[in-house]
Design a binder for this molecule. Structure first.
Ligand code: FAD
Ligand code: DHB
Length: 381
């Protein structure tokens, strides 16, 4: 088998890259380890930055997002028992949209299959080599795919990053806590997202629709999800109000980590999204950063097929500039909002001071808003 771009991983990064290439007349094959149902049901991110929304429009897939997504022009920071609004739109001209990652994935898979382009689910034993060959098993048959370029979009636990581990430098930070996330059949308790600082730990109120609540609680990193009642009681405490309750239909604990590898490319293998970097979810940046990577990579590939390889050469350097901005913001939000130890009262006082400053200084609020609503995607090098 031969193609121009072999895409390993059918998550948001791989699927969006496939779509961007399709629209540029560049061939690709997408290989995904899981089945379609699993990929479409996997509950993860919910916040789309302005640039991600614009990208969905650009690739002709914005219709359902506009119909079902909820545009938010601000977010709330809650601390010391009071809420303070950060007016994203007013401060930056940009907004965010609440639209589940699995909805983005459904839209992208639907478009790929409608175009009749190759997307193989349930592949196994994927092996990549940097000369541009990908070996894999599909329906009990072993195949070798030869490509000009391999896009490693296979997430944090994939095979592409390990294949070039020898040439990579890892930058990493683990946090001494995780997030317990729930989805519940309950009306959201607030019109806008609430990021709550509390001496018992961080809490986040989000939503998926006017009837579905999404909430998170800071917890121990490897903890089993608590009983429903215990979760609701703790949410009430941390938000300082009685949140709307309803049947919980999804619960999970996410570890918190900052992680970057450099460079994001070696020979013909290019890493994008979680394969190359992870952020703690506090800034809602993971999905959006994956989109920023593939936007740049698609433009660099377009230039390459027009005879200009400079974009591919610059890919890692240019992508990493944005990646590190996002890393800093996610770390900063995490550090400002979480309890780092029940005895760390000095840290707590610093956080409260930083939160007050952020909600009273227009300059500081604007800095948060710019980062949260997201930097424009870049396709120049
Ligand atoms: P993935 O989504 O991990 O996709 C990689 C794909 O590759 C997967 O489908 C996987 O099955 C496949 N794969 C793996 N190995 C192989 C292999 N060997 N061969 C073929 N395929 C393979 N981000 C935000 O922006 N906002 C949020 O609000 C947010 N909340 C989050 C909440 C949770 C609970 C979690 C876990 C993450 C959250 N994130 C959030 C992060 C976001 O979900 C990820 O950054 C995003 O999924 C990255 O997309 P990706 O395509 O790079 O990787
Ligand atoms: C959601 C997740 C996040 O990580 C975040 O910062 C905000 C919202 C969510 O799943 O809705």
């Amino acid at each position: 088998m031969r193609t121009q771009v072999a895409i390993v991983g059918g998550g948001p990064a791989g699927l969006m890259l496939g779509r961007l290439l399709e629209l540029r007349g560049i061939e690709s094959v997408i290989l995904e380890a899981r089945d379609r149902g699993y990929v479409q049901q996997r509950v993860r991110a919910g916040v789309l930055e302005q640039a991600t929304m614009d990208l969905m429009d650009e690739v002709g897939l914005g219709e359902r997002m506009h119909a079902e997504g909820l545009v938010h022009e601000g977010v709330e920071l809650r601390f010391a028992g009071e809420s303070h609004r950060i007016a994203l739109k007013e401060l930056t001209g940009r907004a965010i949209t609440i639209y589940g990652q699995q909805e983005v994935v459904k839209d992208l898979i639907g478009a790929r299959l409608a175009s009749g382009l190759p997307l193989y689910f349930e592949v196994s034993d994927v092996e990549v080599d940097v000369a541009g060959r990908v070996a894999f098993t599909h329906q009990d048959e072993r195949h070798v795919l030869e490509a000009d370029v391999i896009a490693g979009c296979d997430g944090f636990h994939g095979v592409c990053r390990p294949a070039i581990a020898d040439v990579l430098t890892v930058y990493e930070r683990e946090y001494p806590f995780g997030w317990m996330g729930i989805l519940a059949e309950a009306a959201p308790s607030s019109d806008e997202l609430i990021y709550a600082h509390h001496e018992r730990g961080f809490a986040l109120a989000s939503l998926r629709s006017p009837r579905i609540t999404r909430m998170y609680l800071q917890c121990e990193p490897g903890e089993e999800p608590w009983e429903d009642e215990a979760i609701w009681d703790e949410l009430d405490r941390r938000f300082g109000m009685a949140v709307n309750r309803g049947p919980i239909f999804e619960k999970g604990v996410t570890p918190m980590r900052s992680f970057v590898v450099e460079p994001m490319q070696h020979e013909r293998l290019f890493l994008a999204g979680d394969a190359a970097h992870i952020v703690p979810p506090t800034g809602a940046k993971g999905l959006n950063t994956a989109m920023a990577d593939v936007y740049l990579l698609a433009h660099a590939l377009e230039a390459f097929y027009q005879g200009d390889g400079s974009g591919l050469e610059a890919y890692s350097r240019v992508a990493l500039e944005r990646v590190w901005r996002v890393q800093h913001f996610s770390w900063w939000m995490t550090a400002m909002l979480h309890r780092f130890g029940s005895d760390d009262d000095f840290g707590l006082k610093l956080q409260l001071s930083q939160l007050r400053f952020t909600t009273t200084s227009v300059a500081q609020a604007t800095a948060l808003a710019e980062n949260y609503a997201g930097m424009p995607f870049r396709a120049t090098w």
